[in-house]
Design a protein around this ligand. Structure first.
Ligand SMILES: Nc1ncnc2c1ncn2[C@@H]1O[C@H](COP(=O)(O)OP(=O)(O)OP(=O)(O)O)[C@@H](O)[C@H]1O
Length: 269
């Protein structure tokens, strides 16, 4: 197994519950998670609704505060303590870690052209020196995401869910990230389109050497796509193993229960 890109130790994320100034009650959404996401892997996180998958992904993207424990990022060039970043480090991490959302209908501004949607993160992060350079970059990433370049002038409402998700993926990859969290990235799509998007993500992972954290409640999608799977249950990772191993020999009762709900599985090589 290659070196970890992300490594957490006893990671905890808490949310306050109830109101009131003196109320200190919290709910622990991520409860002592220790994991290693190998560089270049397609790392699945599976579990029922409310098990903490999204919160774990958001904590690794620095979108929710880490209450305790540690999380480290190391891509060989940049090493970061995700729980303690300076503004400069945070800026560097924003470029390297990106999110692909679940809902391609809600994620894209209806008032921006596809070109502008993909260009926005490049412009915000000042990665290019001219509009022409930005355009070149937009075209390059759009082509990688198998978008028709003629469509860059159009608005997102003109497109189907699958096409919109390609636009979201292109936007997430525009700034050249290393680590991508895909949170239920195909759940909102028709089954016939899901395979297209999964194949696209896999080929982007290989071509660009990306590391994916692929969050899903759908075990068959995870079995088909991921090379490693972590199973979450009530904020904890109850089992984590290479996909084949996990599905051939589920150790935890919860994993066994999840598996028994699916009659037959095709597992990725
Ligand atoms: N901002 C928040 N404030 C308070 N509680 C939250 C917040 N975000 C998540 N939670 C709670 O944390 C727990 C874990 O939620 P999370 O969304 O991470 O789970 P999940 O496994 O991703 O579920 P789903 O598949 O439904 O999104 C849930 O009980 C949820 O209600």
């Amino acid at each position: 197994m290659s070196e970890p890109l992300i490594k957490t130790q006893d990671l905890r994320v808490e949310f306050p519950i109830g109101g009131g100034v003196f109320n200190r009650r919290v709910m622990t959404a991520v409860d002592g998670v220790s994991l290693e996401i190998p560089k270049g892997s397609f790392f699945g996180v599976v579990g029922e609704s409310g098990s903490g998958k999204t919160t774990l992904g958001r904590a690794l993207l620095n979108a929710v505060p880490i209450a305790s424990g540690s999380a480290h990022y190391d891509d060989g060039e940049l090493q970061l303590d995700l729980a303690n970043m300076s503004p400069k480090e945070l800026k560097a991490y924003r470029r390297r870690a990106q999110l692909i959302f679940q809902d391609p209908y809600a994620a894209l501004s209806p008032r921006m052209t596809v070109r502008d949607i993909i260009a926005e993160p490049i412009e915000i992060m000042k990665l290019t020196k001219s509009r022409a350079e930005t355009d070149d970059r937009v075209r390059e990433i759009a082509a990688k995401c198998r978008l028709n370049l003629e469509h860059l002038r159009r608005f997102p409402h003109a497109f189907s869910g699958g096409q919109r998700q390609r636009i979201s993926i292109a936007r997430a990859l525009a700034c050249g990230p290393q680590f991508v969290v895909a949170d239920e990235a195909v759940a909102a799509l028709d089954v016939s389109i899901q395979a297209d998007i999964l194949n696209l993500l896999k080929s982007l992972q290989r071509d660009l050497g990306l590391t994916f954290m692929f969050i899903s409640h759908d075990l068959s999608v995870v079995a088909h796509t991921c090379d490693h799977v972590a199973v979450m249950y009530r904020g904890k990772i109850v089992e984590s193993a290479p996909t084949r191993e996990l599905f051939a020999n589920p150790r935890h009762a919860y994993t066994q229960k999840l598996l028994s709900a699916i009659p037959s599985l095709e597992i990725a090589d």
